[in-house]
Design a protein around this ligand. Structure first.
Ligand SMILES: C[S@@+](CC[C@H](N)C(=O)[O-])C[C@H]1O[C@@H](n2cnc3c(N)ncnc32)[C@H](O)[C@@H]1O
Length: 204
């Protein structure tokens, strides 16, 4: 990351707020804004957070689920644990069978909500990055098919581009309500979009 990126980040309102309020990342505000609007996570929920490092979304999810809920965070990068019993971090690739088995063990049943802010490692070439993002989302959908309870919610990030409308169509066949949105805290120039899916119909 260059000096310009660093200076822009320093000026950034959400980055500064995250530092002040002790959230681990400015991304926390995206989940806060999306959850306030769409009511995805409830007290006592079991949440699986895919692509979770450094843990900003997990932090918000822990606040939302409270002591009776559970948050399982997965990332290739290490996630510093939170000092609570109802948080588990798995270091690994969520497309990996072994990692998914571990998710299953920790869940001990199904998840109420699956959230994914996973981003592919960026090549800087728009089409390639968009394709990689779509591929990741396909894998998130596989995890949801395996672990999301009937009636559960899914929130997933994707880079907009070719294949986006087909993806929405696919999700609409599996969920009662599907909406793509961009929270105010998402940078204007970024191609990222968030797809909010409520009411999983279950695997056909
Ligand atoms: C934008 S960051 C997530 C930020 C996080 N939501 C937060 O609030 O702190 C995207 C993450 O996705 C992770 N990621 C991408 N592909 C992954 C995969 N297949 N398995 C696990 N993590 C993955 C990356 O390592 C990266 O840490």
């Amino acid at each position: 990351m260059g000096r310009r990126w660093y200076l822009e980040r320093k000026r950034d309102y959400y980055y500064k707020s995250a530092k002040k309020q002790k959230y681990r990342s400015r991304a926390s505000y995206k989940l806060l804004q999306l959850d306030n609007r769409f009511k995805l996570i409830r007290k006592g929920d079991k949440v699986v957070d895919l692509g979770a490092a450094p843990g900003g979304w997990s932090q918000v999810a822990l606040e939302k689920v409270g002591d009776d809920g559970l948050v399982i965070a997965v990332d290739i990068k290490p996630i510093k644990p939170f000092p609570v019993d109802n948080f588990h971090a798995i270091k690994g690739d969520f497309t990996d069978e072994k990692v998914q088995e571990k998710i299953g063990e920790l869940l001990g049943g199904k998840a109420d909500v699956i959230i994914s802010d996973a981003s592919p490692s960026l090549s800087g070439i728009k089409n390639i990055d968009q394709l990689r993002s779509l591929e990741l989302v396909e894998n998130v959908i596989k995890v949801a098919d395996r672990f999301l309870k009937k009636g559960g919610n899914l929130l997933v990030k994707v880079f907009q581009g070719p294949g986006f409308n087909e993806l929405l169509k696919k999700l609409r066949s599996s969920f009662m309500r599907v909406k793509s949105t961009k929270p105010a805290s998402s940078r204007k120039g970024s191609p990222e979009m968030y797809i909010v899916c409520k009411g999983f119909k279950g695997v056909k």
